[in-house]
Write a protein that binds this ligand. Structure first.
Ligand code: SAH
Ligand code: SF4
Ligand code: F3S
Length: 451
């Protein structure tokens, strides 16, 4: 069948889409770039906040209209939303044909075959695959298409935390680490194909290996992947709970592990952190930041913040502002709390008025802009290494990311190919660095393939 996959949500979903696509190709399906050319459309969905769910609802509505207008189309709902009651209800409402959870992505072909058999037998109805497949963590995902510069690599699935606002533990199940051998083989295949930057993925990457004593720690895994020879190794997401000194030491000692850490704090108020069931308090978070900055002076630190968690008072919110001033994050992903059906916070606490959440979000964004500009100005006059990947929206620049994960723009005329460049930064804004190319760089770290 001609198939098109649409991906929403986080990088783990992008990685899962590669698995889904490779399964489809192995099963003789053709992948098509344009949804209008497809006979089968798979939506790999996200349920972390209301907005990504609304997007899927609107696409399902459009597809239903097209079907009513006579288009012969099979629709699959996959990913995090598919695993929830909310997803099942939407699937029924919009006449979805396949419902496949994020732990069952390797089951997509058998599900399609079941659907075809049922249709041949004249049966209508949907095929569901919602059990978590045992073999998923062993499954080898082929490298991304040639020419891809950044490769995502999931090292563990699921989440063992129970943050009261979060739906992810319900969609992705408990933490399971992938075998070291599978991770290293995938990384080597990526590198052999020319991927310059690998990003190790998990909901809490520093918990890697804790579920199986035979596995190395996250710090050891990081060093093993760094030794494969990528010019750059990044990882996300870190959780303050298990962000141990050996991880900081591994970053400090490996030139190709980037001096960039994304460490979500969520709130600066201990009272809110307790109600969120985050297992650390503000003082511990600040201690980690101090150790990071002592050992990696140039480290760039980003975070996630939720404003308007139920019961957040003005004093709690001001504690978040004061944490921002204390830590001076280089950037932050800031979210207004979005009540997710089935989460403890939704069941037990009352949501704050939307206007109040938005007002606080606005104030936080202003604070973030101030500190992002200060942080980015540290790099003015300095040279950074940039992985140039795209033409910028203005058409005059190309855009990429520095080793420290800044967005960096350089004049298009100065670049002849995508890939790594050395750039002198001459101007910083809160959101980006602007500079001049001082040299292109072929892979600086030798490519070593294990036997
Ligand atoms: N595992 C990671 C991130 C998971 S989801 C961690 O623990 O940090 C990414 C971000 O979405 C979270 O860090 C949080 O800031 C935000 N988020 C999750 N649930 C949310 C909700 N119900 N409302 C608003 N933001 C939410
Ligand atoms: Fe969600 Fe918390 Fe797990 Fe992150 S650690 S995925 S926020 S439950
Ligand atoms: Fe969304 Fe699932 Fe990722 S809920 S953020 S796609 S883990």
């Amino acid at each position: 069948m001609r198939t098109h996959v649409i991906t929403y949500g986080c990088q783990m979903n992008e990685y899962d889409t590669l698995t889904i696509q490779s399964e489809l190709v192995a099963g003789g399906h053709d992948l098509v770039d344009a949804p209008q050319d497809a006979e089968l459309i798979l939506l790999n969905t996200c349920a972390v906040r209301g907005k990504p769910v609304e997007k899927v609802v609107s696409v399902l509505g459009d597809l239903r209209k097209e079907r009513l207008a006579g288009r012969d189309l099979t629709i699959g709902l996959m990913g995090c939303l598919a695993q929830l009651d909310e997803g099942r209800e939407l699937a029924t409402k919009f006449g979805v044909d396949l419902l496949v959870g994020p732990g069952a992505i390797t089951e997509v072909l058998p599900a399609i075959e079941d659907l075809e058999r049922a249709r041949e037998a004249g049966r209508r109805g949907r095929v569901d695959r919602l059990a978590f497949a045992d073999d998923l963590v062993h499954h080898l995902t082929p490298p991304p298409p040639p020419g891809t510069l950044t490769g995502y690599l999931t090292i563990m699935r699921g989440c063992d935390h129970h943050c009261t606002y979060c739906i992810v533990p319900q969609t992705r199940g408990p933490e399971v680490s992938r075998p070291l051998r599978a991770i290293v083989r995938e990384a080597e295949a990526m590198r052999a194909q020319g991927v310059d930057e690998v990003v190790l993925l998990g909901q809490n990457v520093n918990s890697y290996g804790r579920d199986d004593p035979a596995l190395p720690s996250f710090a050891e895994l990081l060093l093993a992947v760094a030794a494969i020879g990528f010019p750059r190794v990044k990882f996300t997401t870190s959780h303050p709970m298990n962000f141990t000194s050996d991880v900081i030491d591994a970053i400090a000692s490996s030139p190709n592990v980037c001096d960039y850490v994304h460490l979500p704090v969520q709130s600066g108020s201990d009272r809110v952190l307790r109600r969120m069931a985050r297992e650390y308090r503000r003082a511990r978070y600040v201690e980690i930041v101090e150790e990071l900055r002592a050992k990696i002076p140039d480290v760039v630190l980003t975070t996630d913040l939720i404003v308007g968690f139920p019961g957040e008072t003005e004093a709690d919110f001001e504690a978040t502002l004061s944490l921002y001033d204390q830590v001076r994050f280089d950037a932050a992903y800031m979210f207004a709390y979005s009540a997710r059906p089935g989460t403890p916070a939704h069941q037990h606490f009352d949501d704050l008025p939307r206007a109040l959440k938005n007002e606080r979000l606005g104030r936080l964004v202003e604070r973030q802009k101030h500190w992002s500009l200060e942080g980015n100005r540290r790099f003015e006059g300095r040279e950074v290494r940039v992985l140039v990947k795209d033409i910028a929206r203005d058409g005059d620049h190309v855009v990429g990311h520095s080793d420290q994960h800044h967005t960096v723009l350089v004049p298009k005329a100065q670049v002849r190919r995508m890939g790594l460049h050395r750039v002198r930064v001459d101007h910083a804004t809160p959101h980006a660095l602007y500079g001049q190319v001082v040299g292109a760089e072929t892979t600086s770290v030798p490519l070593v393939l294990a036997s």
